[in-house]
Design a protein around this ligand. Sequence first.
Ligand code: SF4
Ligand code: SF4
Length: 438
Amino acid sequence: MSMSCNQCEMSMPNGCGSAGQTVGTCGKDETLASLQDTMIYGLKGLAAYREHLNELAPAQTKNVDDVMSETLYFTLTNVNFNFDDHIKQLMKVGSAGIEVMDKLSNAHTAKFGIPTPVEIPQNMVEGKAILVSGHNLEMFGELLKATEGKGINIYTHSEMLPAHGYPEFKKYKHLKGNVGKAWFDQVKLMKRFKGTFVVNTNCIIPPKKDADYIDRVFTYKIVGIEGARKIEGFDFTELIETTLACEDTVMEDDLTLTTGHHYKTIMTLAPEILGAIGAGKIKQFFVIAGCDAPGKQGEYYRELAENLPKDCIIITSSCGKFRFNDIDFGNIEGTGIPRYLDLGQCNDSNGAVEIATAVSNALNIPINDLPISIVLSWMEQKAIIILLGLFSLGIKNIYLGPKAPEFLNDDVTNFLIDTFDLHYTGSAKEDLEALLIK
Ligand code: SF4
Ligand code: SF4
């Protein structure tokens, strides 16, 4: 990869790097450019979580805000040309990522209760219906309140699936189930789903010009597409009227999904889990988590999950789980411990760190020496902040896929391999062979 930068007046024609240059006019080289791009992408992910935290606990964002502004300042022209300083700044961004996820998780459980495991219907829809996609739980709660007793059923899509585990949402009888898989099936889904579709954060897909469902799409806050209506504040009047005027939806798949294994609930199982580790019933944990994206390459994660030995536990979060969350993984033999634990949304990825830290403390073994393997999928910038967060904690031996980020040049990639033992995913069979502790 060559660099690509056009942010200042000294830029070469079409941007420094556009003709294959590896050093810009200012002296910034492609490695520093790659690190600064990574910072900016990490900040984008951080900003998304910061926005949710600001909605629920605005007094808690100060340090995250400071890291964001300092990092933006860091990437100005002619500020810093030192490699080690760039790495330090990158780790600072990662630490802010862990901080914001921890605070957001606490804000969610303080307001909506601690999720507990729940099995819910999948693709079973009836009557007037609203399908909600996105990560904004606060807005979701307000929508449940506003639609109660209105003759409307509410369904979750993609990253809204974990909402079913929260006590404050579970209490609503008109919260019925989940429809569809990860974010990118929404265009196909809207042909079957006859009600309205609400997208309250990324990831939305711009509909094709001839899409006939756009008048049934509502967006919220930062999300927008041409032709869709925006929900202002918590005023759901137009959404409710439109939903009641829509055809009934009938979908009758006989499937279920399980969610609601928030780390605070998993912690209550700690004695049982530690006992099972001691008795040799649990050999290894696999964190298989991250984004999903269109394409066959995502099948890697299913292949990995379904070929794990029965003494392994899968810990997941984010929408990548839809590649394998239809599989019944059962329990660890001779115990009531489920082999499949869904921590929640992408912002709940901190739960894996909390669980690893608790096991590490209980067994007095450093995290990197625990029988925990991490295999991540990335699609967009929230996954970057999660990855930087793990690096900032010194977590090593992460497998990242389904392909290498284009914004990391060879020098940065080699640094990550040397320092954090980063791997890119290859074939599921070979990676599993390498990861399984013999
Ligand atoms: S900041 Fe440096 S690399 Fe970027 S456009 Fe200006 S001179 Fe080129
Ligand atoms: S995990 Fe990533 S790709 Fe999936 S819905 Fe969330 S932000 Fe989008």
